[in-house]
Write a protein that binds this ligand. Structure first.
Ligand code: PLP
Length: 365
């Protein structure tokens, strides 16, 4: 029996979250040995985790009878060194950056507030904001799927609490310029949340602007460049006044002890990070140059392919049948029917991806 009347109206109206496909799902559906499946649908790190992080996890496993520090201070201190920002501007969060978004929405949103979400983009902003009572105002993309800064400004009202800006954006991989972010920060009485989940793979971070503006929050994660998606660690860079309020309502002990220590270890493993970045930059170039369809100019660890005149449903299915998991972007608002997102893999995986796209194109001719 279902009791929708017990559920908040807004939750009844929210569509179910669509994650990337899992290895188990595809193995079963197409009868493929899981070992032969290449998972490039969720932008995880194909290098596996940093060995230093794994060692930290193992050595703290025997201490999990003890609560971690309430504010993950060891991790916040290491993040201060990594980002060059004072600890007063940094909050560690779990589960992942998603936990940061959820806590922030609980701090900020009152019924009647609006949030502005340029699309296509990461879907959790809308879920976290609406579940806490906000109305989401979606802004259609401009030319070449770039965020339309003029249209975003037009969508800002006196009720706007947060403008969400993912840069590099998921699923397009496109970066928003510093000038555009500055002009948005100056166009709203609300906050601007810049999601830098993929910043390590890009040319530019806006972290220093946190010290310059009192309405900028930057979200970061250990799930992508640091290869710790399964640990669910994120962090936020924010003005000092906001951290004080945030810490009052953040879920207590929201980063587990092994996660705190693995995060510290991952930050110390610069060799892993450099390898992860150089492999991605190289692979991204290879995929962009060799996939026989339009590929957007990505600054992230994935590329976005426009397979038109073919449709994403057919092409992604043909890749999945070959054991290559990619993300059909039809579930992203305003992404149309022809976009497929592919995580950059190892050289060998990327070659298989290119061949699979070539075959999909040949079959259609
Ligand atoms: C992966 C991703 C996140 C989520 O990060 P977690 O720390 O794993 O919760 C946030 N934003 C974007 C754009 C992402 O792609």
């Amino acid at each position: 029996m279902s009791r929708p009347e017990l559920i908040k109206d807004v939750v009844n109206s929210i569509a179910e979250y669509v994650p990337g496909k899992s290895i188990e799902e595809i193995a079963k559906k197409y009868g493929i040995d899981p070992i032969d499946i290449i998972k490039l649908g969720s932008n995880e790190n194909v290098l596996g985790p940093s060995q230093k992080a794994v060692e930290a996890l193992i050595s703290y496993a025997s201490k999990v009878n003890i609560y971690p520090s309430a504010d993950a201070s060891e991790l916040v201190e290491a993040l201060s060194v990594y980002t060059g920002l004072p600890v007063e501007n940094i909050c560690a969060s779990g589960p992942g950056m998603d936990g940061l978004l959820d806590n922030l929405m609980r701090v900020l949103i009152e019924p009647g507030d609006e949030v502005v979400i340029p699309t296509p983009t990461f879907s959790y902003y809308e879920i976290a904001a609406r579940a806490n009572g906000a109305t989401a105002i979606h802004v259609a993309p401009g030319e070449g799927l770039k965020f339309d800064i003029t249209a975003i400004k037009e969508a800002i009202t006196e009720r706007t609490k947060v403008v969400f800006l993912c840069s590099p954006n998921n699923p397009t991989g496109l970066l928003t310029s510093e000038d555009d972010v500055r002009s948005l920060l100056e166009s709203t009485n609300g906050l601007v949340f810049v999601d830098e989940a993929y910043v390590e793979f890009s040319d530019k971070s806006l972290s220093k602007l946190v010290l310059e503006y009192d309405n900028l929050v930057i979200g970061r994660t250990f799930s992508k460049a640091f290869g710790l998606a399964g640990l669910r660690i994120g962090y936020g860079l924010m003005p000092e006044w906001l951290k004080v309020q945030y810490m009052k309502i953040a879920t207590p002990f929201n980063v587990s002890l092994p996660a705190v220590m693995a995060g510290v270890a991952a930050l110390s493993d610069s060799e892993y990070l450099e390898k992860s970045i150089s492999m991605t930059v190289e692979g991204r170039k290879f995929l962009t140059e060799n996939i026989p369809f339009k590929v957007y100019d990505s600054q992230a660890n994935f590329i976005l392919v426009d397979v038109s005149p073919l449709v994403a449903k057919d092409v992604s299915e043909s890749l999945m049948k070959k054991g290559i998991i990619v993300r059909d972007c039809r579930s992203f608002r305003n992404a149309g029917e022809s976009l497929i997102r592919v995580t950059v893999g190892t050289r060998e995986q990327n070659e298989k991806v290119v061949s699979a796209f070539e075959e999909a194109k040949a079959v259609s001719n």
